[in-house]
Ligand binder design. Sequence first.
Ligand code: TTP
Length: 198
Amino acid sequence: MLVLASASPRRRELLDQIGVAWQAHPVDVEEIPLAGESPQDFARRMAVTKAQTAHDALAGSWPVLGADTVVSIDGAILGKPRDRDDALAMLGRLSGRTHTVFSAVALIHQGGCHQALSTTQVRLRELTPADRAAYWASGEPADKAGAYGIQGLGALFVAHIQGSYSGVVGLPLFETGALLRRCGLKSAIDHDTLKASQ
Ligand SMILES: Cc1cn([C@H]2C[C@H](O)[C@@H](COP(=O)(O)OP(=O)(O)OP(=O)(O)O)O2)c(=O)[nH]c1=O
């Protein structure tokens, strides 16, 4: 059984999509970038920290997967908005421009920590103040990096994407599948890790 070190419903749905059976062990880690830390390094460090924290807490031999998604524009890191003003400011910054979404995955298995990173370019159309206010009122931006969700109403704003759709949603499935295979999980514990349909 794969342990998913996450409270994110999106990550659970994405693992379901590729037929991986999981058991959730959410962890609470401080998500604050270090001084001078790049967005991709921050995402990688958070994914590893989440996986390591769950692994340490469980003290078991199960493989543990952690992930982190950050939105970046002009080198800045946009995490989840603190409040309405923060969300409106983030959406204003992203409006009419292309930004980058980094989604990092870390898999701890048999004493090793294996990592992958997906990088996706996303262009949003111009967002008027009324667009931003209405979107915040929908409730969707509150728990999402960059204050939008490509899988929801936010899709109405996404003019172009180059990279990994699942990575933007929160778990890059191509990279995750490759990590699982590289660790021999599919073949070694087929019945435990993958659903019977796979
Ligand atoms: C850009 C974008 C982000 N998001 C979400 C994915 C992540 O859940 C969230 C980024 O926050 P994260 O800190 O990566 O994850 P999380 O706190 O939600 O979950 P956990 O740490 O327990 O694994 O933003 C979307 O759902 N859609 C999008 O289009």
